[in-house]
Design a protein around this ligand. Structure first.
Ligand SMILES: NC(=O)c1ccc[n+]([C@@H]2O[C@H](COP(=O)([O-])OP(=O)(O)OC[C@H]3O[C@@H](n4cnc5c(N)ncnc54)[C@H](O)[C@@H]3O)[C@@H](O)[C@H]2O)c1
Length: 255
């Protein structure tokens, strides 16, 4: 493990589980000071304790809480170098457009898209003061492809995250702030396990479309996030960073 993030301060939302937790571990292993943000106090604090970081309990849809979490970070550590805006949900009542009600739609938009807007809005001014920063927003491969098993609000929210990241990357490039959208394929995390435990037939259908023949492990996504966070990706911004086992490159014919 290299120390690419030595002395950097990183805020990770949704750090208590899955991709966020694996990234907290990876960032810490690469030398960063990690601020773990989560709605869930138990898992979020456990993550922070494990990586020797700071836990902040916050709902990323709450504007005051988001503003405060970056202020607390800068008050505590002096700067903000990396914002990994990763918290997201995939609830069961988000389904085909014909079945998904307006409340279910709005809830996913709030947690998956409005939260990223808020996190970028309040992280960027700190990075502007430094003239440097790396923002990574978690979108999904469904931001670039239509899924046959629809989660209409989820897919639309991730398309929004991708478009917003691209625009922010362009707007702030000459101020030293890079903004990239991470687009993972299906990852072996509680979010997906829960979804597929209820419907194994749906899980099997998805695997057909993954050339690598399996879901990603959270650590494989965390490695990509660490790359985007570090200066190794210094010429990358406004990028659609697909880490998807080949899904988006494949035209697959089921046997
Ligand atoms: N798992 C996958 O297959 C997959 C694929 C592509 C993209 N993603 C995206 O990656 C991100 C992380 O997914 P994961 O699979 O690690 O999920 P996860 O459920 O394992 O972890 C998400 C974390 O976010 C927290 N969270 C949820 N709502 C929050 C809120 N309002 N405020 C603060 N924290 C909140 C949860 O408490 C949880 O700890 C999400 O944006 C998800 O959409 C996941």
């Amino acid at each position: 493990m290299t120390n690419r993030l030595d002395g950097r301060v990183a805020v990770i939302t949704g750090a208590g589980s899955g991709i966020g937790l694996a990234t907290a571990r990876r960032f810490a292993a690469e030398g960063a000071k990690v601020v773990c943000v989560d709605l869930d106090a138990v898992s979020g604090k456990a993550a922070a304790d494990e990586v020797g970081g700071l836990f902040i309990q916050a709902d990323v849809t709450d504007e005051d809480a988001v503003r405060a979490m970056y202020e607390t970070t800068v008050a505590e550590f002096g700067h903000l170098d990396i914002a990994f805006n990763n918290a997201g949900i995939s609830p069961a009542n988000d389904d085909s457009i014909l079945k998904t009600g307006l409340e279910a739609w709005k809830h996913v938009q709030e947690v998956n898209l409005t939260s990223v807007y808020l996190c970028c809005k309040y992280a960027i001014p700190h990075m502007q003061r430094q003239g440097k920063g790396s923002i990574i927003n978690t979108a999904s491969f469904v931001a670039v492809m239509g899924a046959a098993t629809s989660q209409i609000s989820y897919s639309a929210s991730k398309g929004g995250v991708l478009a917003m990241s691209r625009e922010l990357g362009v707007e702030f490039a000459r101020q030293g702030i890079r903004v990239n959208a991470l687009c993972p394929g299906p990852v072996n995390t509680p979010l997906l396990q829960e979804l597929f435990a209820k419907d194994p037939e749906r899980a099997a259908r998805r695997l057909i479309h993954i050339p690598l023949g399996r879901f990603a492990e959270p650590e494989e996504i965390a490695a990509a996030v660490a790359f985007l966070a570090s200066d190794d990706s210094s010429f990358m911004t406004a990028n659609t960073f697909l880490v998807d086992g080949g899904i988006s490159g494949a035209y697959v014919t089921p046997e």
